[in-house]
Design a protein around this ligand. Structure first.
Ligand SMILES: [Zn+2]
Length: 237
């Protein structure tokens, strides 16, 4: 089991990240910016969280643990997104495990402080509601996707979504991590990536994947990618 991020935050005034900042929220919190690496665990579904995190860069995945040590991703959280945001509603128990997929920077704050701010700041309440709505929609779509579409379609859509989320030209991710996130095997994910590479849609090099032809890669993905992208635009406006 991965170690939880436990550094104690210090008091400072910070601006909320992109999605929240779009609503011009500036709030005084006990927050501290800290870097995180791929694979770091922000919260476990089985342990009440003491902190809320707001992502500045990178990507964190909401994960559901399955029998026999398997996992599957039910949603991606990117810059502007929140981790353990249900603390705003008085719930410190995360609804899933949260693990970093792409390294980045996050602000962290005590759950109690976040809840106090959320109780008095209507704009933050709205931002949290939108964020939770987006996570719920992702979970619903991913549930259907996992039983209705091929691993090749899902890998293509996942790569597109991860690049959209991180904004990185090359995605630092391994076949093993893709398999873990999609609940597949390394063999099937490797075969799917090899096919996309043969078709000239992606390139793989030293733990990084670059997308060479987004249009054709989108054609290879199932409709879930476009559905999720459209839904995110509708939620965030
Ligand atoms: Zn799908």
């Amino acid at each position: 089991m991965c170690a939880l991020i436990t550094n104690r935050p210090t008091r400072q005034k910070v601006m909320t990240p992109a999605a929240l900042a779009s609503e011009d929220i500036l709030f005084d919190i006990k927050g501290a910016a800290r870097s995180f690496a791929a694979g770091e665990c922000f919260a476990l579904s089985t342990v009440p969280s003491e902190r809320v995190f707001a992502l500045r860069t990178g990507c964190v995945s909401a994960i559901v643990d399955l029998p026999k040590g398997r996992q599957t991703e039910i949603g991606m959280i990117g810059p502007g997104g929140l981790i353990c945001a249900n603390a705003a509603f008085g719930m410190s128990q995360p609804f899933s495990t949260f693990i970093a997929t792409v390294r980045g920077v996050a602000w962290c704050m005590e759950v109690q402080d976040f809840a106090k701010i959320a109780a008095r700041d209507r704009r933050l309440q709205d931002a949290v509601f939108k964020h939770q709505q987006w996570l719920l929609f992702q979970a619903q779509q991913r549930a259907g996707c996992s039983i209705a579409h091929t691993i090749g379609q899902r890998v293509a859509g996942w790569l597109l979504a991860l690049q959209d989320t991180t904004g990185l030209p090359e995605i630092p991710v391994t076949q093993e991590v893709i398999a873990q996130r999609l609940g597949g095997t390394r063999t099937t994910v490797s075969a799917a990536l090899a096919q996309l590479k043969r078709e000239g849609l992606i390139r793989c090099q030293r733990g990084r994947i670059g997308i060479d032809d987004r249009s054709r890669l989108q054609s290879s993905a199932c409709e879930c990618y476009a559905t999720l992208k459209r839904s995110k635009s509708e939620i965030y406006g």
